[in-house]
Ligand binder design. Sequence first.
Ligand code: ATP
Ligand code: MG
Length: 415
Amino acid sequence: MRQSKLFLKTSKTVSEEEPTVNGRLLEQAGFVSKLMAGVYTYLPLGLRTLNNISKIVREEMNAIGASELLMPMLHPKDVWQTTGGWDNIDVLFKIQSRTEKEYALGQSEEEVVTPLVLARVQSYKDLPLAVYQINWKFRDELRAKSGLLRGREFLMKDMYSFHTSQEDFDRFYSEAKEAYLKIYTWLGLVAKVTEASGGAFSQKISYEFMVLTDAGEDDILYCEVCDFCVNVEIAEVKLGDKCPKDCAGTLAQAKASEVGNVFDLGQKYGKDFGLGYTDEAGEKKFPIMGCYGIGISRLMGVLAETMNDEKGILWPESVAPFRVHLIALPGKEAESVFSASDKIYRQLTDLGVEVLYDDRLDVSAGEKFADSDLIGVPHRLVVSQKTLALESLEYKKRNESESRLVKLDQVAEIL
Ligand code: ATP
Ligand code: MG
């Protein structure tokens, strides 16, 4: 992508009102634009990053056998009344039509997916199955001051699974848990897994996936030695206690952001809708359901929040909007510099490398470097009169301070 054509404007100043690092950096670097608290436009760089995160999540969900679909965001009132959510879920956005009918905006989609799936499941032979979507959710959050970490409109991956037995549910539940941990590893994050109570309607245990960050809104206690971790909200232990797993560790406390969770929904939703399947004996049964969320846009916020330095963002390779930032410094020899850098751009692009090519003519070297650091593309290549005289270009990784010269014909190899 040629930067001269890209809809991108970085800014030097930081909004004083924005309290979080991710909110400030992502605005400054031209990834997002805030329309109002908790509601953002994803600009081209931001959309590419969001899509890259989605791609990783999608691959791991497909790998455990879930099918992707896309459900509506606008829901009729009656399905939310059927489950009790209309009156009990305080974050549910409710909309009135000019015809005086009422609707809800999806904050999660059990109300849509349960009748959808169970209308197509006749017998136990149709189960187990799992479906998921990556779609916008709406929540009437009271405080949306954490940048992308808490949106009123935000991108979530939500998966729902249906099973004929608790054992089969447990099997899939642990596969999903492993898939989640893989996803966070791909993203370069270390997620701690907490056990928590299962939300509004469930007595069951659920798991929350937590990434340590001061911008997070959860407080967790975790063992410094083993993998024990709990949310402070429900904990029977406290800071400084000995680890309840008897591993000789003590408990530390930290702020964290919940980047995903998995819930055992039991039979609630099938029962609410009166929908089930017939078992081997021909009897009607309600399936055991699970739901599995990942905050895709929150993850983008957490990455920016935790991976940065004083100059800008340091995206991990797996989600960076581009892999390479190719910077041409035309100087007085614009023609030869652009001709050489155009060639490298074509060469890398033909190899399938995603390149952001700073081909802007009237921008100073200092400004180009500052933009590049701010945006945070992992590999930087610089072509100038000086490097061309040595038949080379300058190569530097975003997280390194020293650059080195690389021969023009060896560029593809180092990447
Ligand atoms: P939180 O405790 O942070 O409000 P939650 O328990 O309400 O999260 P779920 O309803 O399980 O979250 O949603 C699944 C995932 O969606 C969460 O793990 C989180 O990553 C993400 N998420 C939830 N609420 C928001 C929000 N307002 N903005 C961005 N992401 C969110
Ligand atoms: Mg919530």
